[in-house]
Design a protein around this ligand. Structure first.
Ligand code: ATP
Ligand code: MG
Length: 636
């Protein structure tokens, strides 16, 4: 039989989801088989694998004890502390059981929430698996968030217990964690009963609150070699809550189910990421983000692969560290982000050719638009295909991607290829509510039901789930991604930016991404952010903030002006004068979230003389100062 095409695979998933997904469901263990594949009696709420009972921890760990007990499951590498430690499936099983026993001793049970505020250390992973094991709902909050952001999440999730460490390390410096948790607990209305602390010995002055704080080493000694039975959960019981990055505003608590998520991840390892049991996967994200949840913690182990947990920067001790890890652990599948690749691009390229990368099959990149120069650079330097995939915290796994496990379709630069099976994707014209034609811009929508693994609701707020995500069209409920895209005649999709990043210049709708891509085409531009600012005449005009590769060329005001004009001319040439930025400012750093996403909304606010808004997710505050300084120079 000829191999199935991606097109047919996708069509099948949409026309007969019951059959399609019951086939995929065989990739995981069901303690009790489901009675119904999909219950869609209360749209847009979808319940997958109704009546089935399963457990994420069992599927990730216990299931492999028979066939691969002594294979590595978790490979921990810290270039911050110099610690490296491998855990086989058997060892990981023991650690997770101990952690689960400690949580139980603190009264945590099925349905209780546990906030995990942790650096990238093995205990963070143990804590997540342990929650899954006992049916507790974890909510991992990225370790870089400030106490106020943490407090907001505490009040929303109402955890019984929080798990933290004394400190993390970043670039060789210790970063306090426990201290921030203390602050957050005092800011929160409903602080947790207990705080469980992994003491790494990095913060000698860590204060302890008697009666509330529990030392993990002591508590785990007390439970000994505990065995904790797996809690078999209903497929639609929640596995976790994860707050969105907050790039566009107030974070939403994305609630994920258990069975649908396990099936979606297991299937994605086969059809999208092409990972095989016995191999190693290296995902460079953080456990605080959705990519970390899906592709550091759960999916690799579901597939019987080892997962790599890396604590450290991509350029320390030098820019070869990731490739050294790939060589050492024979990584076959790697997953990173365009931002991280751009960081490497500023380093000496020699680091990419020092190691033997023959084990590596693919590099997957997601999280933001992947521009052609970046994709080309990394793909050529590594000699490995780069696969762009587009998704969101809400979906938990890719919406758009090549599916190389199904068919080896050619990739186009700048495109995350096609709608993934299960996702009934269409581009809509917001005003007419109609689907747009090929080569026309539209908002990327998903016609429900959302496939397994996607958010089941917003935590504690079903009404917000419906009103936030399903208001794209007036007359019917379609999920809005809040991203804007275009599909070419060959069916390839391109993401043009977020819906609130669309600029309306004299009635023409332009995506900031399009203008950014055009500017990036200039040989001396490393990175750029474009925002639309108010203009009396045209409604809005684009303004660019660009990072030159070689800032030393900008010796004086004349050189500045000349370079600005060159950049503007580049846009004229590629997109036409309508997209020409009114100004191009040069800076050395752009404001980004901790997850590496551009904070256009803050740049835009500053450029329009407004308050930049909630900046708790901002990575480096000096970047905004640069924007301010650049704008102020104009006023002088
Ligand atoms: P918030 O929803 O709180 O504003 P966020 O959208 O930044 O935060 P995430 O869920 O982490 O939080 O990011 C998903 C978004 O990232 C997508 O909606 C899209 O805008 C962008 N994105 C992700 N992958 C890609 C990709 N491959 N190409 C283009 N954009 C991408
Ligand atoms: Mg979002």
């Amino acid at each position: 039989m000829a191999a199935e095409t991606v097109k047919h695979f996708h069509e099948r998933s949409i026309s007969n989801p019951d059959f399609f997904w019951s086939e995929q469901a065989q990739l995981i263990h069901w303690e009790k088989h489901f009675e119904q594949v999909l219950d869609y009696s209360k749209p847009p709420f979808a319940r997958w694998f109704v009546g089935g009972k399963t457990n994420l921890c069992y599927n990730a760990i216990d299931r492999h004890l028979k066939d691969r007990p002594d294979q590595n499951a978790l490979i921990y590498i810290s270039t911050e502390t110099g610690v490296e430690k491998n855990y086989t499936f058997r060892e990981l099983h023991a650690e997770v059981n101990r952690f689960a026993a400690v949580l139980k001793s603190l009264g945590v049970g099925k349905g209780d929430r546990v906030i995990i505020y942790m650096p990238m250390i093995p205990e963070a992973a143990f804590a997540m698996y342990a929650c899954a094991r006992i049916g507790a709902i974890h909510s991992v909050v990225f370790g870089g968030f400030a106490s106020q952001s943490l407090a907001t999440r505490i009040d929303d999730a109402k955890p019984k217990v929080m798990v933290t460490a004394d400190a993390g390390m970043r670039g060789g410096k210790s970063v306090p964690y426990k201290h921030l948790v203390d602050e957050a607990c005092s800011l929160a209305q409903m602080p947790p009963k207990n705080v469980l602390i992994i003491n790494r010995g990095l913060d000698a002055g860590m204060p302890i609150t008697a009666g509330r704080d529990v030392d993990y080493a002591t508590a785990s000694n007390a439970v000994g070699e505990a065995q904790v039975a797996v809690e078999w959960l209903e497929s639609s019981d929640p596995s976790y809550i994860l707050y969105t990055s907050g790039t566009t505003g107030k974070p939403k608590g994305v609630q994920r189910d258990t069975g649908g998520y396990a099936v979606a991840l297991a299937a994605s390892m086969k059809h999208i990421y092409c990972g095989n049991a016995g191999e190693a996967m290296f995902t460079t994200s953080d456990i605080g983000w959705v990519v970390g949840h899906s592709y550091i913690i759960y999916a690799p182990l579901l597939a019987g692969m080892a997962t790599i947990l890396y604590e450290g920067l991509p350029i320390r001790p030098d820019a070869g560290i990731w490739w050294k890890i790939v060589e050492q652990h024979k990584v076959s599948v790697m997953f990173s982000s365009p931002t991280a690749v751009r960081v490497l691009k500023k380093q000496d390229p020699k680091y990419l050719s020092q190691y033997n990368l023959k084990s590596l099959r693919y590099l997957f990149l997601a999280g933001e638009p992947l521009d052609e120069p970046t994709a080309k650079w990394i793909s050529d330097s590594l000699g490995v295909p780069v696969v762009d995939n587009y998704w969101q915290t809400e979906t938990g796994w890719p919406i758009l991607s090549a599916m190389l496990g199904v068919e080896n379709t050619p990739r186009k630069y700048g495109s995350p290829s096609f709608p993934v099976y299960g996702f009934n994707v269409a581009l809509f014209d917001e005003s007419t509510g109609l689907e747009v034609e090929a080569d026309q811009k539209g908002v990327l929508g998903i016609v429900p039901p959302l496939p397994p693994g996607c958010l089941s609701t917003v935590w504690g707020d079903d009404a917000r789930f419906v009103s936030t995500y399903f208001s794209l069209l007036k007359d019917r409920k379609v999920y809005s991604s809040f991203d804007w895209g275009i599909r070419d005649h060959d069916g390839y999709y391109f993401i043009l930016g977020r819906t609130d990043d669309v600029i309306n210049v004299a009635g023409h709708r332009l995506g900031t991404r399009e203008i950014e891509e055009a500017i990036s085409g200039h040989a001396n531009i490393a990175e750029v952010a474009v925002v639309g600012i108010e203009d009396k005449l045209k409604g809005q005009v684009p303004v660019a903030f660009a990072v030159p590769k070689n800032a030393s060329l900008l010796v004086d005001a004349a050189a500045h002006r000349a370079f600005e004009k060159e950049v503007m001319d580049t846009v004229d040439k590629i997109l036409g004068a309508i997209a020409r930025p009114a100004r191009v400012y040069f800076v050395t750093l752009l404001p980004k979230t901790r997850s590496g996403k551009l904070l256009r909304r803050s740049i835009q606010a500053l450029a329009e003389g407004r308050d930049p808004g909630d900046l708790t997710t901002l990575d480096d505050a000096t970047s905004l100062q640069q924007i301010r300084a650049a704008l102020e120079q104009d006023l002088r």
